[in-house]
Design a protein around this ligand. Structure first.
Ligand SMILES: CCCCCCCCCCCCCCCC(=O)SCCNC(=O)CCNC(=O)[C@H](O)C(C)(C)COP(=O)(O)OP(=O)(O)OC[C@H]1O[C@@H](n2cnc3c(N)ncnc32)[C@H](O)[C@@H]1OP(=O)(O)O
Length: 215
């Protein structure tokens, strides 16, 4: 994966991030065990939505989950000071919110990412929930804007066309680019496909550069 902070050229006002703090990537990806922890938690999410254990096992699982929460609670840190979301070497940057996908291309011409939708992303009848596709696209559009050297921007609108049922636990590809820039406005688009190119969904969005002080 290419380093997400490398740019050959940036817009002149790149360093003006509105009122948005500038967060640095975590060079250690949270240390030697963080990726393992996040992956284990995702597996727990998979199992939490797809198992039917007896009450005594649920009680045991609840106790262990409560013990894990108690273990981590004393280490709560301010935004930008924990590895989740900043570990660019991990799937989904080590964030449990993001799709656990891996960035394969990240440059001014666009961003491509690959991965699977997991069991905890299921909507119905074995297909991905419609709400997780905008999440995938929105984060991709943020990365595309960043990779293109545009200043920190927020999504003004995001339109998704669902072309075909999106399967779970199947390797997929999402790729997008900047189509057009007009002042503060960056128009972006992307496609979600199967590896053979079959189109599952496409999306377009408007990313708007924040003005000084805008949150
Ligand atoms: C740590 C290391 C990591 C490294 C690796 C980094 C990777 C990094 C990945 C991050 C990935 C996250 C990416 C998530 C991105 C979000 O999801 S952000 C969250 C969702 N979005 C929001 O919450 C935005 C909420 N809205 C707002 O805050 C304000 O509306 C905005 C966006 C700041 C714009 O407000 P404003 O400054 O008052 O601007 P406004 O004059 O209304 O609009 C500017 C222009 O856009 C147009 N416009 C605005 N809205 C629209 C619209 N909906 N439709 C059409 N036109 C519009 C206006 O007409 C205007 O056009 P012109 O008149 O200039 O031609």
């Amino acid at each position: 994966m290419q380093v997400m902070t490398e740019h050959t050229e940036r817009d002149g006002d790149y360093e003006h991030h509105g009122g948005f703090p500038v967060y640095a990537a975590d060079p250690d990806n949270g240390g030697p065990h963080f990726g393992r922890l996040v992956e284990a938690l995702r597996t727990v999410q998979d199992l939490a939505v797809s198992t039917a254990p007896p009450p005594e096992v649920i009680a045991q699982a609840a106790e262990q989950a409560e013990a894990l929460a108690a273990l981590l609670a004393p280490y709560t840190a301010p935004e930008g000071h924990y590895p989740a979301g900043r570990s660019v070497g991990l799937p989904g940057r080590g964030s449990l919110l993001m799709l656990p996908w891996t960035v394969e291309k990240f440059d001014r011409t666009g961003v491509r990412s690959t991965g699977v939708f997991r069991r905890y992303h299921m909507g119905g009848n074995g297909a991905a929930h419609g709400g997780v596709l905008p999440l995938l696209f929105d984060d991709l559009f943020g990365m595309i804007t960043h990779a293109a050297g545009r200043p920190i921007s927020r999504t003004g609108y995001l339109h998704v066309n669902y072309r075909k049922i999106t399967p779970l636990e199947t390797p997929l590809v999402v790729e997008g680019r900047v189509d057009r820039v007009d002042g503060r406005k960056t128009f972006v688009s992307a496609r979600l496909t199967e590896p053979d190119g079959t189109l599952l969904a496409d999306a377009e969005a408007l990313m708007i550069v924040l003005l000084p002080g805008q949150p």
